[in-house]
Design a protein around this ligand. Structure first.
Ligand code: PMP
Length: 425
């Protein structure tokens, strides 16, 4: 038994499935999860001392790569002064000012400690603001694990074949209307029937929890129009896309303005930070200004916020997102070329610093098409490249992430490993 196996056996004795978040368990792909000891730049090392080029990046937060020296220094510096106060700090104001400046449509923003908290709070706010109960979400979109949102969700729920969770009361799930992503005809029909009772529509503006599915031209615009016409709020869940697809997130990329935006991942730079924000009149409904309750002992935690601020400082450098997008695009082109060479039906696409890989000829644009990708081929490929030192997400239903620390040499090494792996399939 190697050390990864020994640690997994040990963890399983005291943690459900040996992991604190389901996808980490490698259930979808089989085998033993790698226990990570250390990360630096584009690389991670496991408990058996093996090195990997990492395309998970802690599932999105690490847009600068692992242990960025400036981020680590900010954490050290801040931690020296105390870990948490439960009283306001200047760092929180600085972070909020930065988000208000960089994210379109944000007048006020509240910090929380995870993406789940951000979406859960935004949902409560939308219901409190509109006085309506129904919410609308899209199949395969994951918005964290609040009860109302755990209906036909993606990510781990999809990986494990559990699009609906046990423990969600049917009366709660009944308030959630689920539509097909990218289907504008269905949108029209649903708003036509339920429009006046819909508090909000929540969407991943680029779906990154059912592999990666790009919004079809006009889809987000139509959703915006219908929400406005029916008095429902539009929530862009930019937990994954925020500071990942562009400096201003998907709103800036697609030119569509939401009423509320949720953030997470990159804004914490690897530490637990989430946020939700939007128009003043909506955000003023939040306690202590208004009647919608929301709170957190560790919300705006100084050490976490310092890591986020250090990260956001660097992503504002001129050309940061162009360069990140170019790296990610080269990776996708190289992978596609390698697969073609071996006659394997495969496609890949990048949006900013995130990407999707599909074992089918063209990138999917619906949930049904994602389901038709060759999952067995993905699983074989996953293990074949893992053996060759490339760490992709251990599921066919997750997006991949590159970082500013990934060099063109890293990309070339990845493509060479993939070429070899495709050849072995
Ligand atoms: N929304 C989206 C779009 C996400 O991708 C995720 C996490 N992958 C969440 C919300 C939940 O965030 P967290 O895991 O930090 O609770």
């Amino acid at each position: 038994m190697n050390r990864n196996e020994a640690l997994f056996a040990r963890a399983q004795r005291v943690i459900p499935g040996g992991v604190n978040s389901p996808v980490r368990a490698f259930r979808a792909v089989g085998g033993t999860p790698r226990f990570i000891v250390r990360g630096r730049g584009s690389r991670i090392w496991d408990a058996d001392g093996r090195e990997y080029l990492d395309y998970v990046g802690s599932w999105g937060p690490l847009v600068l790569g692992h242990a960025d020296p400036d981020v680590v220094a900010a954490v050290h510096r801040t931690a020296e002064c105390g870990l948490s106060f439960g009283a306001p700090t200047e760092l929180e104001a600085e972070m909020a000012e930065l988000l208000v400046r960089l994210i379109p449509g944000l007048d006020l923003v509240r910090l929380v400690s995870s993406g789940t908290e951000a979406t859960m709070s935004a949902l409560r706010l939308a219901r409190g603001f509109t006085g309506r109960s129904r919410i609308l979400k899209f199949e395969g979109c994951y918005h964290g694990h609040a009860d109302s949102l755990l209906v036909k969700a993606g990510s781990g729920a999809l990986t494990l074949g559990l699009p609906d969770s046990a423990g969600v009361p049917p009366e709660t799930a009944a308030q959630t209307l689920v539509l097909s992503y990218n289907d504008t005809a269905q949108l029209d029909a649903m708003f036509g029937e339920f429009g006046s009772s819909i508090a909000c529509a929540i969407v991943e503006p680029v779906a990154g929890n059912m592999n990666l599915v790009a919004p079809r031209a006009g889809f987000l615009q139509r959703l915006r129009e219908l929400c406005t016409r029916h008095g429902a709020l539009l929530i862009f869940d930019e937990v994954m896309t925020g500071f990942r697809v562009a400096l201003g997130g998907a709103q800036a990329l697609y030119g569509v303005q939401a009423d509320l935006v949720t953030l997470g991942k990159v804004i914490g730079g690897g530490m637990p930070v989430g946020a939700f924000g939007g128009r003043r009149e909506i955000m003023e409904k939040i306690a202590p200004l208004g009647p919608v309750y929301q709170a957190g002992t560790l919300s705006g935690n100084p050490v976490a916020v310092a890591a986020g601020l250090a990260t956001l400082k660097k992503v504002q450098a001129t050309g940061f997102y162009d360069s990140l997008a170019a790296t990610t695009r080269s990776l996708c082109e190289g992978l596609t070329g390698a697969a073609r060479k071996h006659g394997i039906p495969f496609s890949a696409q990048a949006i900013g610093g995130m990407f999707g890989m599909y074992f089918r000829e063209e990138p999917p644009s619906t949930y049904a098409e994602v389901m038709h990708c060759d999952k067995q081929a993905f699983n074989r490929f996953f293990h074949a490249v893992l053996e060759r030192g490339i760490y992709f997400a251990p599921s066919a239903y997750e997006a991949g992430f590159a970082s500013a620390a990934h060099s063109m040499a890293d990309v070339a090494a990845t493509i060479a490993a993939a070429d070899d792996a495709f050849g072995s399939l």
